[in-house]
Design a protein around this ligand. Structure first.
Ligand code: CU
Length: 362
């Protein structure tokens, strides 16, 4: 019995679909998904991979099958049959990719919206007035000024307010270099770059935890405004939406945690924001993803997702540690010490009794 080709097509189609669906769910190509956003992005990735795998198998399968089936036989010197187009086939192979592309774009816009990419409460508008004022003071901008005669806006500049706020962060202030020109006069200073805002269901709500981030060559500094603690490692409690208000002190850096599937540039003189909800306890690596200088490759730190209790304990330790360091700094100020007090810690190394120093001195 000869099986008709329509049955073959159906069977092969079923097998291809099953293989693609299975691989799309079991590819294991991505690191752990440690944020709620990562789960949504992985769904999109897996869907695209499923479609890609089936297309790859169809194309390669037909190619290999045809190369074998229609190979030139010994003694066969004839031309193949002349084939001139096939309208139904062409409509089909235009329609299928069109449907796939539209489907993927609708899905990806939806994911971007769900992770907060289209948060209407985020400030995205360019600060026109500020840019105009600044460009006016730059040489050779008279022509440019006549070209854009937009009247100056009288609206309060939210972007400037946000940047000022970022610049008041203690971590930024502690390490800020006043000589860096882009912090003061660059066009666009004070604007907020496109940000990842609140996720769809949390739109309009304040984040549960705010962390101010300063990136500098070659380190990350985190300040927790609630407690005033500044650290070099980011700790966040599980399940709470965190907003990072980020700015850079020198050059452009980028916040990237592969396990969160989130990446956001950190720009001098601007505040960029990224919101995420940690969902899996563990320690992940935060990597600078913007070539920022010779030690860029070493610009990494840890992000620790922990339980609420562990987070609170850690925060208490940080508070105590920051007080201890302050007290110590005062206590060991050598100017306040008498010579034998100052030398006392070294007497052991010198092999003498602490008393000796006192006696010699007097
Ligand atoms: Cu960097």
């Amino acid at each position: 019995m000869k099986i008709p080709s329509s049955i073959w097509t159906l069977l092969i189609g079923i097998v291809l679909t099953l293989v693609s669906l299975w691989y799309g769910q079991n590819h294991g190509l991505l690191p752990t998904a440690a944020s709620d956003e990562a789960v949504l992005i992985d769904g999109l990735f897996s869907a695209m991979l499923t479609v890609s795998v089936s297309i790859f198998l169809i194309v390669e399968g037909v190619l290999i099958y045809s190369a074998f089936k229609y190979r030139r036989r010994a003694g066969d010197n004839e031309d193949g049959p002349p084939i001139e187009g096939n309208v139904p086939l062409e409509i089909l192979w235009t329609a299928i990719p069109a449907i796939i592309v539209i489907g993927i774009s609708v899905y990806s816009f939806d994911v971007y919206n769900q992770i907060g990419g289209f948060d209407p409460h985020a400030v995205h508008a360019a600060p026109e007035r500020l840019m105009m004022e600044q460009s006016m003071s730059m040489p050779g901008t008279a022509i440019a000024a006549t070209l854009s005669d937009t009247p100056p806006s009288t609206e309060p500049n939210l972007n400037q307010a946000k940047s000022d706020q970022a610049m008041q962060d203690p971590a930024t202030a502690a390490v800020r270099n006043a000589e860096i020109p882009q912090l003061r006069n660059a066009p666009g200073v004070g604007s907020v770059a496109p940000s990842l805002g609140a996720s769809q269901e949390k739109e309009g709500q304040p984040p549960q935890l705010v962390v101010n981030v300063s990136a500098l060559q070659y380190a990350w500094l985190f300040t927790y405004p609630d407690t005033g603690v500044t650290t070099g490692e980011l700790h966040v409690p599980i399940g709470q939406e965190v907003q990072m208000n980020m700015t850079a002190n020198d050059v452009i850096h980028a916040f990237w945690v592969p396990e969160f599937r989130l990446k956001q540039d950190v720009i001098p003189g601007r505040q960029t924001e990224v919101r995420f909800t940690p969902r899996k306890e563990g320690s992940y690596t935060l990597i600078c993803a913007e070539l920022c200088g010779p030690y860029h490759g070493a610009m990494q730190t840890q992000v620790v997702i922990e339980s609420q209790e562990a987070y609170e304990t850690w925060m208490q330790e940080q508070l105590v540690a920051s007080k201890d360091t302050l007290n110590q700094a005062v206590a060991i100020n050598p100017a306040d010490l008498s010579p034998d007090e100052f030398l006392a810690p070294y007497t052991k190394e010198m092999g003498i009794h602490a008393e000796m120093v006192h006696q010699v001195h007097h």
